[in-house]
Design a protein around this ligand. Structure first.
Ligand code: KG4
Ligand code: ZN
Length: 362
């Protein structure tokens, strides 16, 4: 089964074709980062407008980069821009249309959703709404062909920090989540404090390698307090530290700040995740989301997992951050479980993991 998946929940216009939930056929990602950079973060209105400008071209590109493209117009060099979407013969090879319907920026979600609904209606193909976080978890199925539930998953991204019991491909139990900021959000804010450009996570990660992680003591909020998380305190603690040092006229060692911040958040994430796995005798652990690309988190989680005889999986860097292939994978397993959406599917900006779209059939 080949699913064409669309993801527009934030600042990436992404379209992918995925076969049987496990194999990526094409994966198009048009990132808007350069546009948002100058504002220090994603501007929702700009994101929506750029999705509108790019979505048709991205869907066409995903279809024409299908191996052995058969569309005559393209083969006779007319090019993508001159070819109408409905003229692309590759569309006939698609069995269903999947789309992220939440959580995310409502205007951004609506662009992908309206496009997917229109495409599903015009081609008379099933529509499958996908939860963005369930997509992040499914990114692992694309890379680790033998991985299957049950397992424990730590989802860490710009908008989410969730510890999730993945019971089946479509059943989830949230063990813990952030009470305030997501860990990726804390990374981006700390980056801003250190004058690093958006998105700051990868830059803080790189800088942290040059600093002393034990040089500054930041608070480890809620570390021994259940499985929920809190990251707004550390974000403010970093800002207060930098301001206080500046007022004293001391030079700021940015690498030390980055390394100490990273050590603190990695300690919190790994401590809670491994504690839950050990207490519940869980032997398979998975990480997902943009912050799962973090080198400190990867190495400490790997070390602690192996010390406790736990097998750890995480996606390659490009599948950690937002993409549509992960949505195509999650959609496949939804479809196998009879989960489809109707034309009344709406964007749901704050969607709880496990909450399902309206179930219905064409
Ligand atoms: O999953 P994602 O692409 O989007 C959301 O669903 O939110 O995650 C983006 C987040 C950003 O906050 C970015 O700074 C963070 O992931 N990120 C990282 C790294 N790479 C991306 N954070 C820390 N270290 C990294 N290497
Ligand atoms: Zn995401």
């Amino acid at each position: 089964m080949k699913i064409l998946a669309i993801e527009t929940s934030c600042d990436e216009t992404a379209v992918s074709i995925v076969e049987n939930g496990r194999k990526i056929i094409t994966n198009v990602i048009d990132s808007q980062i350069d546009k948002h950079k100058i504002f220090g973060g994603v501007v929702p209105e700009i994101a929506s407008r750029m999705h509108i400008e790019k979505i048709t071209a991205c869907v066409k590109e995903a279809l024409i980069s299908y191996p052995e493209c058969e569309t005559e117009a393209l083969n006779s060099n007319l090019g993508c821009a001159d070819t109408k979407l409905h003229e692309l013969k590759e569309l006939d090879k698609i069995d269903a249309i999947a789309v992220t319907y939440g959580p995310g920026l409502v205007g951004a979600l609506l662009v992908g959703l309206a496009f997917a609904k229109g495409l599903a209606f015009a081609t008379n193909k099933p529509l499958i709404g996908v939860h963005h976080i369930e997509g992040h978890i499914a990114a692992n199925y694309l890379e680790h062909k033998d991985l299957k539930p049950p397992f424990l998953c730590l989802v860490v991204s710009g908008g989410h920090t969730h510890l999730v019991d993945v019971i089946t491909y479509t059943k989830f139990n949230v063990i813990g989540k952030t009470k305030d900021d997501a860990v990726g959000e804390a990374y981006d804010k700390v980056a801003r404090t250190l004058d690093l450009k958006y998105p700051g996570g990868p830059k803080v990660d790189r800088l942290a390698k040059e600093g002393n992680p034990d040089s500054i003591k930041f608070p480890r909020a809620m570390i021994n307090d259940g499985f929920d998380f809190s990251f707004s305190g550390i974000k403010s603690a970093v800002l207060n530290y930098v301001n206080a040092e500046k007022m004293k006229g001391n030079p700021i060692n940015k690498a030390d700040v980055a390394a100490s911040f990273q050590k603190t958040v990695v300690d919190i994430l790994t401590h809670k995740t491994i504690k839950y796995a050990v207490e519940n005798n869980i032997k398979t652990l998975v990480m997902a989301g943009g912050v799962a690309a973090n080198s400190g988190l990867r190495s400490q989680m790997s070390k602690m997992a192996s010390e406790n005889n736990i097998t750890l999986f995480y996606p390659s860097l490009s599948l950690c951050t937002d993409n549509a292939a992960m949505i195509g994978s999650a959609a496949y397993y939804n479809f196998l479980d009879g989960i489809q959406s109707t034309q009344s599917l709406n964007a749901t900006p704050s969607l709880i993991v496990g909450q399902k779209p309206l179930v219905g059939f064409f």
